[in-house]
Design a protein around this ligand. Sequence first.
Ligand code: ATP
Ligand code: MG
Length: 399
Amino acid sequence: MDLTLPADLRTIAQKLALAGEECYLVGGALRDRLMAIPAHDYDLATTAKPAKVVEIFEKVIPTGIKHGTVTIIMPGGQYEITTLRADGAYKDGRRPEAVNFISKIEDDLARRDFTINAIAYKLPSGPLCDPFGGQPDLKAQLIRTVGQAEERFKEDALRILRAARFMAKLGFEIVPETYKAMQKLAPLTAGLSKERTAQEFCLVLTAPQATKALNLFKKIGLIELLWPELTAISAWEECLNGLAGLPLERTLRLGHLFSYLPQEPKSLAERLVLPAKERNHLIALWHILRAAPPQGIATEREFIAQNYSLIPDYLALFRGPESLRTLAERYQSEPLYNDKNLAIKSNDLMELCALKAGPALGELRRYLLEKVWENPDLNEREALSVLAKNWAQGITDES
Ligand code: ATP
Ligand code: MG
């Protein structure tokens, strides 16, 4: 079987073999390679205990040594390697506290979520170990829990969201037993941390079949339960149709979703644990998408100048009867709308005019930009210096 794997994996397996240990490729990367799609994040499993892994490899990071995970740094990249383990008892649907290290790969595969994720490939050259029928399910494009579905979701309710994630990512169907258990046990997801649910939500949102999984979330009551702000979207179908046409880019897709919300999307942004910068961008975008679009050259210019960094997303997400072609053209053809393209640096302005960073500097930059919009020839250092010095002395056209 030719899985075309990175050369580093062979090296890692050989080093472990010399120490009498086994090494397997597991998880999503193996699943993806079996489907002949490009893989990222090669997860490895080994019989070696974490301390031994640390000893064998020169460059390692003890990522999650308590759970048996070490990151090995190799010439071609980084690889997470986890000691074979059988998870102990789950408490309240959370990760087990105790970890039992074991020596049989089959037992490690048994703790994994879905059959398509519970296959192992013995490195460096096989064979495959597939005790739960992962390969036939991959062929038939089915998502099925390893073992009894209800039991597995009770152990960890995140798996309910993960099933939807793989549906969105791979376009697979969920088998009836697994689906019924998801429906029945959906309320258990209320006990998950917002960090975990937010991560799955964003993975779903940026997957090729996002709409399929979002509809599933809605159908089994997860939207109401986990992201209740989204129940305020009245044009759900239209919103999802629009989503399907967008690039798989998180901020853009969130911007689209948010633009259907009647209220400022503050609490949803918080629920999704977005970084402050992305959250502010999205809230500002929400405001301009919901306002009347600018009309006429003067207001368009003003609008671009005020919202410069939001304009690409604004243009990509704007829905309305009016065409924004002129705005797009103006944005693209008049680079001076980007305040960064002013031919003089803030530092130089501060020195020239004995200014400190603050509102006055902003005012001066704005004054210079407006001059440059009137007459683009003025955008060179010398001319701007003269204008700036005059401005600082109170000499302007208006005065
Ligand atoms: P992706 O390509 O989206 O990263 P993945 O299958 O690699 O998919 P990860 O979240 O990276 O998903 O997890 C790696 C592997 O660990 C999974 O394939 C699965 O075998 C196992 N796993 C992860 N989370 C769970 C869980 N909550 N319950 C059981 N097994 C899990
Ligand atoms: Mg992965």
